[in-house]
Design a protein around this ligand. Structure first.
Ligand SMILES: [Zn+2]
Length: 464
């Protein structure tokens, strides 16, 4: 039974999707005014594992990630560069898609753009106005939070009395309440705009997610995710808009939030010089090592990105790939009766950990146990080809969730001639039973990073 932590209730709950076997999942996507940063990479990778694990668990998942292509930041950047927001968006969406692919993130089923949903945004805003929940001012249309009694239930904030008072008529063009938020913004000079019942203008930020999730997933959805800093006000406002529009509660059954990512012990910021964009991340690090790093941590934890952490992730990933190479090159040996049980136990522990709010650290703890047992039986050489194939099949099975193992058999690397000569020399002295000299050469090779393995098929070497 899958359980997950629901921000709405602050509890770990059993997962019961609205429709049996199906998951409607929405994650807030990027504002495409520039390249994404490593914090975004963490969020989208964490939700990629969640989406893939749901699919692994045989759910039919429809996954939607929106793209914010009209926004104050878009307008500012486009003006600075002397291009339109559409040109800016097209350039950065292309980059974002490339980044997702390189990060190994499976493409969402739908990636709706705000500018393609203006008609629907106007319709929802109009509905809210007709219901008396939204009101027009001089500069836009606002959502009156005083008209939505449940406001604050996600973020667990209590509104001050002063914020819920009635509108002062003399103050007609002001917001009624400083916390009321814009559904529609009337156009200012030099801004992109669309025709609407309130004159030319553009959508506010929050409305897009209410509109696009209902259009592509329905009025109520199973999982809505995002980074933890979106809980308030963005997700709170989404709930207010959607529940006030459709009259259905809850808009989202399970709210899931990914934790923050610090860089070298501090919150990432341009002024601290620790700001890393996704293209910079991909240029400097192996994307599979980054994936491994994210996979080893809980999606809700605050995590620290630093060189040591990523080096450790690379090392651990290499160890798995070495085990896989060993399994791929295994030729013969007696059948090991323990292997089937070993796999069954590993699968069970993996699922148990993942079913408990996608607890990746626990899942990896059990997989490490499995790996160490596999390595020792490889070393003992009590291992048949069928055993190796069964283990490889299991690793491929879990790699459906992770997508970072390397299953292609590496071509034998050629060693430089002087090292080959040393190996040959050692074979010769070994035949002469000159053990002292044989050990000396073995140690010498070890210093040069070559480990020798004396197997029944003869001497083999591997790089350490
Ligand atoms: Zn959103």
């Amino acid at each position: 039974m899958l359980k997950l932590y629901n921000t709405r209730t602050r509890e770990i709950e059993e997962f019961w999707p609205i429709e049996k076997g199906k998951v409607k999942m929405y994650v807030c996507g990027p504002t495409v005014y520039g390249p994404g940063h490593i914090g975004h990479a963490r969020t989208y990778t964490a939700f990629d594992f969640i989406r893939r694990y749901l699919e692994y668990s045989k759910y039919n998942v429809k996954y939607v990630v929106n793209i914010t292509d009209v926004h104050d930041d878009m307008i500012k950047t486009a003006n600075k560069e002397g291009i339109t927001i559409f040109e800016l968006a097209n350039r950065n969406i292309k980059l974002f898609m490339k980044d997702l692919k390189e990060l190994g993130i499976k493409e969402p089923n739908v990636m709706p753009r705000v500018t393609e949903h203006i008609k629907e945004i106007i319709a929802m805003t109009k509905t809210l106005q007709e219901k008396g929940i939204a009101y027009e001012t001089e500069d836009g249309v606002y959502f009156a939070i005083s008209k939505f009694p449940n406001y604050g239930k996600l973020a667990k904030i209590k509104l001050k009395k002063s914020f819920t008072g009635t509108r002062v008529e003399t103050d007609k063009y002001d917001k009624e309440n400083p916390m009321d938020f814009a559904l529609w913004k009337k156009a200012k000079e030099g801004e992109p705009s669309w025709d609407s019942p309130w004159g030319k203008g553009r959508p506010g930020w929050h409305i897009e997610c209410s509109v696009m999730s209902s259009k592509h997933l329905g009025e109520q959805i199973d999982i809505h995710g995002g980074a933890v800093d979106l809980v308030f006000p963005h997700h709170e406002n989404e709930i207010a808009q959607s529940e006030a529009t459709y009259g259905k509660e809850p808009f989202v059954k399970y709210w899931m939030h990914a934790g923050f990512l610090n860089v070298r012990g501090e919150k990432m910021s341009k002024s601290l010089g620790n700001f890393i964009t996704i293209p910079e991340l991909l240029q400097k690090y192996n994307p599979k090592a980054f994936r491994y790093f994210i996979a080893s941590l809980h999606y809700r934890s605050r995590i620290d990105f630093n060189d040591e952490a990523i080096a450790q992730a690379q090392k651990n990933l290499d160890k798995w790939n070495n085990t896989i190479q060993e399994l791929l090159s295994l030729e013969k040996g007696p059948e090991n009766k323990e292997v089937a049980t070993l796999i069954a136990t590993a699968r069970e522990s993996f699922k148990k950990a993942m079913d408990e709010d996608f607890n990746l650290p626990n899942a990896w703890a059990s997989l490490y146990d499995f790996q160490s047992r596999v390595n020792s039986i490889i070393a003992e050489r009590v291992f048949s080809k069928d055993n190796a194939d069964a283990i490889l099949l299991f690793l491929k099975e879990i790699d459906f969730v992770f997508d970072f193992f390397e299953f292609k058999k590496k071509e034998e690397e050629a060693l430089p001639q002087d090292l080959l000569n040393l190996i040959e020399e050692r074979e010769k002295v070994r035949k002469e039973k000159n053990w002292g000299e044989a050990d000396r050469i073995r140690d010498l090779l070890k210093e040069k990073g070559i480990e020798l393995l004396d197997t029944p098929e003869g001497v083999k070497w591997k790089k350490t």
